[in-house]
Design a protein around this ligand. Structure first.
Ligand code: BDP
Length: 679
């Protein structure tokens, strides 16, 4: 009788789990709670600090294994915020030189527990690859988020500093659990108001909540702040009064936030003010701020995302502006470089600035928010995209000079090493809009800690933590995640096509876009260059010669149509429609099949997902299912728009074994989504 009722209870439990609502707000942090709590005498911590308090609290609540000792040992300072974990049957010892290292170690063992990895005979040694692992929020003071697709900003400026949303701490905890230790709170298109004293008081409150989780706060600053906020005559970085203003402002910040991280700056880019407004250089601007921050140990992250409406290929401009300044920056300046030379496209080659600055620290900027990858409607796992850049060999210091090795200090000694990404979180209950977009936040954190992890390892961990380790779910869903980025490239911009998005919102296709009144380098036709001969942007020495910015042998490899990787061929070459690809198809046919493959894959994802219903809760299941429908519709829209439009140049049939277009080009041209934004 007892056994029977136990069974019924178990069944009921399974049944109710299956039906229960799960809004995704717990992210990957789904450790089953210890009902009674682990007994305190199983946790040994000698020292005490707010961070260690959190570490022990996490263990008390969620740890179900053997005793755990958390030990500070200065002898491990070489591991920085890293740690060792050593265990036998009875005890796990986590050792680190830092409190935060112990907290990371605790999240490590909780992850092992949750992914059901063995917990005895552990002998783990972890050291983070980058010192600063930072999220950039593009959040505005009015609560909107530039390129944000998960609701409004988490930061409630109008309520702060008095009212404190519980999500500040939850957010900090989620970041700490994947090793993220820094956050820029506001948009790179920065409002000068951010530096007003009343706002700094609010920032202080957030910094106080983040601090025990090992997270430092940084701010984006508007270069014209002295002029706008304090009515100085100008904001010229060589003006004494301006320098003084920044020194005072910086002092004020550190009085409030002694461990403030520093400034992120977008200057002389897309209309933002900067030193060039006064005939000064990026180095003049960055150094002025660096001098103000220096006494407190703060840093300047100066962005290389600069381009102006000129005749020069946009892909070349950052390199042209920054290489001549190499060696002129202070040692607490780091140049923040987007992964590719244009702008977070579904696929770009790596930015040739990586490795080109020999005497200046460099860091990567990725975008987690899916500005160019279907917003939070499309399922696109970004670890493969991040890895593609990090693993790219620049040849800057000979073979093996990957972007990761250049930026993590192994090949190029730098005082600061850092890696950044634009956040995708907002007020939505599940933080990121799409359940699977949580995986991109997770993946960034894991790769910032260790860029050698594989996309597969990360997907595997994340699925087990977020959903289930049931192999019937794990294997297909992992496969879907791992192929999803290539799928998006296929239905949007295969073979090196780029920036053929609709103006402004960057969601749907608009390859016909030709904004004569606006900037040519915001027009899709500028990027694809389709004509009766062929398609693609000639960046070889017969064209813009952007290939010359890459080190040998890459410039030769990219420059030769025969050796250029086909997934970038239209990035570097203007290719005739009848050009024979490696598989024997013509370029036109290949393009058609790529778009078709993209659509087919999304359809497969739908079928696969529908079979997953038994394994997870209904709410998350349905939310993903609904978004996959949108993604499938969008993929068809992309395919039809691009193929019908490019067909007006190729004048060739779409291969007959491919599903026929279901739209008319003229109708597609009329679609105007009201999603706002400037370029
Ligand atoms: C582009 C975005 C724009 C950003 C800009 C930037 O469209 O909203 O302000 O990058 O990174 O991707 O500064």
């Amino acid at each position: 009788m007892k056994i029977l009722s136990k069974h019924i209870l178990a069944l009921l439990l399974i049944f109710s789990c299956r039906l229960s609502a799960d809004d995704g707000s717990q992210l990957w942090l789904r450790f089953p709670e210890n009902k009674k709590g682990i007994s305190a005498d199983k946790i040994f911590v000698k020292n005490s600090s707010p961070t260690l308090h959190i570490a022990s609290r996490e263990l008390m609540r969620y740890w179900q294994g053997q005793s755990v000792e958390l030990r500070i040992s200065k002898s491990l300072s070489g591991l920085k915020e890293g740690y060792t974990i050593i265990s036998d049957r009875n005890k796990i010892t986590i050792t680190s030189a830092k409190d935060t290292g112990l907290l990371y170690g605790v999240y490590h063992i909780l992850r092992l527990q949750q992914t059901k990895a063995p917990l005895t005979q552990l002998n783990i040694r972890e050291k983070p690859a980058y010192d600063v692992r930072i999220l950039n929020h593009w959040d505005n003071l009015d609560g909107t988020i530039e390129r944000g697709y998960a609701g409004h900003s988490l930061w409630k400026w109008e309520e702060l500093p008095d009212k404190i949303s519980p999500r500040y701490e939850e957010y900090a905890r989620a970041n700490a659990s994947v090793g993220i230790n820094a956050v820029v709170l506001n948009n790179v298109n920065a409002s000068p108001e951010m530096l007003r004293t009343d706002y700094l008081e609010k920032v202080k409150t957030i910094a106080g909540i983040f601090r025990p989780y090992g997270i430092k706060v940084y701010l984006s600053v508007n270069f014209s702040s002295p002029k706008i906020l304090s009515h100085l005559q100008n904001s010229d970085p060589l003006n004494k009064e301006v320098k003084h203003w920044w020194k005072e402002k910086t002092h004020e910040i550190y009085q409030l936030i002694p461990d403030f991280g520093g400034f992120l700056v977008k200057a002389n880019s897309e209309g933002q003010p900067g030193p060039q407004d006064y005939g000064r250089t990026h180095a003049d601007g960055a150094n002025m701020l660096a001098d103000a921050l220096k006494p407190y140990g703060g840093i300047v992250m100066w962005r290389a995302f600069v381009y102006s409406p000129s005749k020069e290929d946009r892909a070349k401009q950052a390199y042209l502006e920054f290489v001549p300044l190499d060696g002129k920056f202070r040692d607490n300046v780091i140049i923040q470089i987007k992964n590719g030379p244009i702008d977070f496209q579904p696929r770009e080659p790596f930015n040739p600035l990586f490795g080109a600055l020999r005497k200046t620290a460099e860091m990567v900027e990725f975008q987690i928010t899916q500005e160019y990858l279907g917003f939070s409607n499309h399922l696109v796992f970004l670890a493969p995209l991040f890895k593609e850049t990090l693993d790219s060999d620049t040849y800057a210091y000979g073979k093996g000079s990957t972007v990761a090795r250049i930026t993590d200090g192994s090949l190029h000694k730098a005082k600061i090493t850092a890696i950044s990404a634009v956040a995708n979180v907002g007020e939505d209950p599940n933080w990121t809009g799409h359940e699977f977009a949580q995986a991109n936040w997770y993946a960034f954190g894991r790769l910032a800690w260790n860029p050698d992890l594989t996309s597969e390892q990360i997907a595997d961990e994340w699925i087990k933590m977020t959903f289930t380790d049931n192999p019937r779910f794990l294997a297909p869903v992992k496969n879907m995640m791992l192929t999803s980025r290539e799928t998006a490239v296929d239905y949007m911009m295969p073979l090196g096509l780029h920036h053929i998005f609709a103006a402004g919102h960057h969601y749907g296709p608009e390859p016909w876009g030709d904004y004569k009144e606006g900037r040519p380098d915001w027009s899709p036709v500028y990027y694809h260059q389709a004509d009766s001969e062929g398609i693609g942007f000639d960046r070889t020495n017969t064209g813009s010669n952007a290939i010359s910015q890459y080190f040998s042998p890459l410039n030769e490899i990219y420059g030769n149509i025969k050796t250029c990787p086909e997934n970038l061929i239209l990035w570097f070459h203007h290719v005739p429609w009848n050009y024979r690809m490696k598989d024997g198809k013509t370029l036109w046919e290949e393009l058609c099949y790529k778009y078709d493959t993209g659509v087919k894959n999304v359809r497969e994802y739908q079928k696969l997902w529908d079979r997953m219903a038994p394994y997870i809760d209904a709410q998350r299941f349905t939310e993903v299912q609904t978004r996959l429908k949108t993604q499938a519709r969008d993929a068809v829209w992309w395919k039809d728009a691009c193929l019908l439009y490019f067909q007006t140049f190729s004048k060739q049939p779409i291969p007959y074994d491919i599903e026929r277009p279901v739209h008319n080009l003229d109708d597609l041209k009329k679609i105007k989504l009201n999603m706002g934004h400037h370029n």
